[in-house]
Design a protein around this ligand. Structure first.
Ligand code: ZN
Length: 346
């Protein structure tokens, strides 16, 4: 049987030379998507409000593929994922949530329900309890269809009545913040602070370090957010070591968590920023024709032979940030394992 994906020399060199010793033997990955193509409906408007390049990496990601991906990328390590689905269309949610719940029970992995903003508080509560989920994953593309992408606010897809329920139970919510301004956006920052004040028992995980992928995305966000005490941040699908360094210094390493955003971090790519926009540079042709996507770029040999996994690029950036700060072994291990165990209570 063919391997799930190819491991090249550059990958082995990166892992053996830079990552194997740096990573603890056990990790928790707090940000993973698990779904089966047969459950996922992708309608014509699926990517109207979100980027489409992630769909080029994997058609689906069964729990078996997730585990196999870890085995290939992290030989000798054991990785526990926090899982949730990947939903473009509300109609596919019941089957996708059922699949995640079934995988969680079978593999004994923690999981989140994918919640729709139109659900009542009762429905959310029943869904989480019935599926033994730790909380909810919410996403901006489920906001009411009349709201233009640029105008979507956090409360459009994580409504206050659902925060009430999450707060009552002290449940987890995985929050990918919206808007073009990303982490520096004042509406995002105001609502993040509002959640912190009004729903203090919700365990909020801000995905992708607030989508601050380029230095320009930081603005004065870290000054504003230095007032927070509860929310934690996952570093998934982000490779910006300046942002990571700022976060580790502002929030302390104990509020920063390892997450990958599998399966998209299986992508072979190197990210750079051009005028405040991120560009994912991939070996030419490997992911089809990407010329129409302004977030994608291509490289030819010999440069393309030096491109390894997005996953490794993320961890290399984390390593650079931690080394600049001079974090010790205990903090490194907490980032990859202990903090997630504390936040998820597993
Ligand atoms: Zn994600």
């Amino acid at each position: 049987m063919a391997e799930l994906f190819e491991i090249r020399d550059v990958d082995r060199r990166t892992y053996e030379g830079e990552l194997r010793e740096f990573l603890p033997d056990r990790l928790v990955d707090v940000h993973t998507h698990v779904w089966k193509a047969e459950h996922q409906r992708i309608g014509p408007d699926a990517f109207a409000r979100v980027v489409s390049w992630p769909s080029r990496v994997a058609r689906d990601n069964s729990v078996e593929d997730l585990v196999e991906g870890y085995r290939l990328m992290f030989p000798g390590k054991s990785v526990t994922p926090l899982m949730f689905a990947s939903v473009y269309d509300a109609d596919s949610m019941p089957a996708m949530n059922r699949y995640v719940r079934e995988c969680a029970a079978r593999m004994k992995f923690p999981a989140l329900i994918y919640a729709h903003p139109t659900w009542t508080g009762d429905a959310l509560e029943k869904g989480i309890k019935g599926g033994r989920f730790l909380g909810a994953k919410v996403y901006l593309n489920l906001s009411p269809a009349y709201i233009p992408e640029k105008e979507i606010r956090i409360f459009d897809f994580l409504p206050p009545h659902q925060l009430d329920v999450l707060n009552r139970h002290g449940w987890v919510v995985m929050l990918h913040i919206p808007r073009d301004g990303r982490l520096r956006d004042p509406v995002n920052l105001a609502q993040m602070l509002e959640i912190e004040t009004n729903w203090p028992k919700v365990r909020v995980i801000i995905a992708h370090m607030g989508r601050a992928y380029c230095d320009e995305d930081m603005g004065d966000a870290f000054t504003v957010l230095s007032a927070t005490r509860n929310m934690v941040f996952d570093f998934s699908a982000n490779t910006n070591d300046h942002v990571f360094e700022k976060a580790l210094r502002t929030f302390g390493p104990e509020r920063c968590l390892f997450g990958s955003d599998m399966p998209i971090t299986r992508m072979r790519m190197r990210r750079h920023c051009e005028g405040g926009r991120y560009v994912n540079v991939v070996p030419r042709g490997l992911y089809g024709d990407v010329s129409g996507d302004s977030h994608m770029g291509e490289a030819d040999p010999p440069e393309s032979d030096t491109i390894t996994f997005f996953m490794y690029e993320e961890i290399l950036a984390i390593k650079r940030a931690m080394e600049r700060i001079g974090l010790g072994r205990a903090d490194v291990e907490a980032f990859f394992l202990g903090n997630a165990k504390r936040v998820l209570r597993i």
